[in-house]
Design a protein around this ligand. Structure first.
Ligand code: TXD
Length: 311
């Protein structure tokens, strides 16, 4: 059986770390592509040379030519400009829209059957754009944000309660931005609701830190944004797709009626398998949670309207 082929577009911090995690987990042969001459080639060669030591046998190729990406099963798009301190995700809109459009046209041409996983910010809008430009079915175009936002919430809960991070489960829905919706009610430590383990004030503090989780790291790094947890999150999605694991993960997906949302790309719990996004699962939300989700959808629709005005 032929090995899976995974293309990672953008060989920067998120892209290169994603490629490293994919090859170390032997999820397939990896192609790392960037516009910078030599840089993806150099990083890929370096990762090939780690193979004998780490014990992985897949191949990784760096390139500037989309012909090398032909026939990919999954394409992860991380290319674009990261946020700088003081810059909002929306500031990135115009610049990254042009980048995503160009890339998606190439992906469509060379890998017409690929599943596209978008990572570039502003995430919800770029995912919407990638679907529009590719014309791929919605179940083959989605974005990574909720796994990361939930992982941040999970890490903060684990740190607060001094419990194993892997025992903590959490759901963060909505947009990947200030209007994200961390659902404390659905967050548990080995099945025990965090509402039984923490005061409402502490939960609110962790929710707030989660909402600002990306910004906290940008402030610390000063020259870029997070990439260890983002790459781990996108690889969890790719793994569920390629191994047909059917993991239920919060993803930026095209809504078709669940949660009273229709036709907007935003974070909802999704089952991911070999055909891509197989199902959106619906949680029973309180009125306040539902309102927060709809406010998030409204913000995304406004950004999409802004993008249309720029075109
Ligand atoms: O949760 C999430 N979705 C995110 C999103 C979490 C973390 C980072 N997130 C976003 O990913 C971030 O806001 C950026 O929009 C992207 C990539 O972040 P990264 O930190 O990897 O940025 P880098 O290191 O600047 O890398 C970007 C690379 C760089 O090497 C450029 O040369 C390349 O993108 N680039 C391109 N590659 C291919 N094709 C084109 N057109 C192109 N333009 C730039």
């Amino acid at each position: 059986m032929a090995r899976n082929k995974i293309t990672v577009v953008g060989a920067g911090f998120v892209g290169a770390t994603t490629a490293q995690r994919l090859i170390e987990k032997s999820l397939g042969d990896v192609v790392l592509i960037d516009i910078v001459d030599g840089m993806p080639q150099g990083k890929a060669l370096d990762m090939m040379q780690a193979g004998p030591v780490e014990g992985y046998n897949g191949t990784i190729v760096g390139t500037n030519d989309y012909a090398d990406t032909a026939g990919s099963d999954v394409v992860v798009i991380t290319a674009g400009l990261p946020r700088k301190p003081g810059m909002t995700r929306s500031d990135l809109l115009a610049k990254n829209a042009a980048i995503i459009t160009g890339i998606t046209e190439q992906v469509k041409k060379h890998s017409p059957n690929a599943i596209l996983v978008c990572v570039t910010n502003p995430l919800d809008i770029m995912t919407h754009l990638a679907q529009q430009v590719s014309g791929f079915p919605h179940e083959r175009v989605f974005g990574m944000a909720g796994v990361l936002d939930s992982a941040r919430f999970r890490a903060f809960i684990a740190m607060e309660l001094n419990v194993a991070p892997s025992d903590v489960h959490a759901m963060v829905l909505g947009s990947h931005g200030d209007s994200m919706v961390p659902l404390a009610r659905f967050s548990t430590v080995s099945g025990i609701s965090i509402e039984k383990l923490m005061t409402p004030e502490r939960i609110e503090a962790l929710v707030d830190r989660t909402r600002k989780g990306g910004g906290e790291i940008v402030q610390l790094l000063k020259t870029g944004s997070a990439y260890y947890a983002p790459s781990a999150s996108v690889v969890a999605m790719v793994k569920s797709i390629l191994l047909d694991e059917k993991s239920v993960l919060p993803c930026c997906a095209y809504t078709t009626g669940k949660y009273g949302l229709d036709g907007v790309y935003m974070g909802v719990p999704c089952r991911l398998g070999r055909s891509g996004l197989e199902e959106i699962l619906e949680l029973e939300l309180t009125d306040a949670e539902r309102e927060a989700l709809h406010a998030s959808a409204k913000k995304i629709n406004e950004d999409i309207a802004d993008l249309a005005k720029m075109a």
